[in-house]
Design a binder for this molecule. Structure first.
Ligand SMILES: O=C(O)C(=O)C[C@H](O)C(=O)CO
Ligand SMILES: [Zn+2]
Length: 287
């Protein structure tokens, strides 16, 4: 597991392009037949993936957690951005179709990932955070009929906003948050931009009580997103390619404009789970 330390805004404004990328950008997120994880000291979020192709992959705690098993003191959210696959949690197998997710509660010991078709492997994107209690483990679907251990995302949690005129027409689909899927601190969701719209999270915001990680995807090789970070009056950009993630400290804006439309997964952890607790920054005030 790779370790990233926290960073002060007073230092970050002096970073070169390369240093900014080393601290905040996560590349090679999905590697076939590997579980790859990055541990950040910022709210101790773990960001990573399981990409089972030829073989089943088992999640283990590793040296860094000094735990008997990965979720001994943690919770995790997973969203599959690849082909169909399965996640087995303590002997119970969940079939996870493309764009479906899971919340796996603290205390679940044995977690394995597999793909249905090795030619079109599942790509399980993972966010995990420290937890204090165990909430139910559920499969999260965007549509369908609720069943035992299966939650359907409520219509009120599919929020369309922005406009083509402002190049930011998009839908925020909230997978894990209070009232939808309960968790200790983790919130996760997926935002999809309409064709012709390229701006996410604009007008932008900060939220001092939560940090956030974005994973950009659904982009061809030659496309990119200029991801903007930094204090609102000290903005910097990171050029991001398909299936790369970026860490955003609580003091930083997190927005992007792409060379075309794209999709991204956001994950937040921290002091509260109030999605609307944001400090909006007026377009006139950003520097
Ligand atoms: O496009 C957007 O706007 C978002 O998806 C915003 C993120 O969900 C976010 O930053 C939540 O704090
Ligand atoms: Zn945010």
């Amino acid at each position: 597991m790779e370790l990233r330390t926290a960073a002060s805004p007073r230092d970050v404004k002096h970073y070169t392009t390369q240093r900014l990328r080393e601290e905040f950008l996560i590349q090679n997120v999905f590697v076939p037949d590997e579980i790859r994880l990055v541990y950040s000291h910022i709210d101790r979020i773990i960001t990573g993936s399981a990409t089972p192709a030829e073989k089943e992959l088992k999640l283990v705690a590793g040296q860094e957690l000094r735990a008997e098993y990965f979720l001994q003191r943690r919770e995790m959210g997973v969203i599959n951005i690849g082909g169909p696959g399965c996640i087995c949690v303590d002997g119970r197998t969940f079939e996870v179709a493309p764009r479906e997710g899971m919340y796996i509660g603290m205390g679940k010991r044995d977690i394995t990932f597999s793909s249905t078709d090795k030619e079109n492997p599942a790509k399980f994107y993972i966010n995990s955070a420290p937890a204090h209690t165990s909430y139910p483990t559920v499969l999260i679907k965007r549509e369908g009929t609720p069943e035992e251990d299966v939650v359907i995302i409520k219509e009120e949690n599919k929020v369309e906003l922005g406009s083509l005129e402002q190049s930011n027409h998009r839908t925020i689909c909230k997978y894990i948050l209070p009232g939808q899927v309960e968790s200790c601190q983790l919130e996760m969701g997926m935002t999809s931009l309409e064709p012709g719209s390229v701006w996410n999270t604009m007008p932008c915001h900060t939220h001092d009580r939560r940090m956030e990680v974005y994973l950009y995807f659904d982009m061809p090789e030659d496309a990119f997103v200029m991801h903007y970070m930094g204090e609102p009056q000290e903005t910097r950009h990171i050029v991001m390619r398909n299936e790369e993630a970026v860490i955003s400290p609580s003091w930083s804006i997190h927005a992007g404009s792409g060379s075309r439309n794209y999709t991204f997964i956001w994950g937040m952890v921290g002091e509260n789970q109030d999605f609307d607790d944001m400090d909006g920054i007026r377009n006139e005030d950003i520097l």
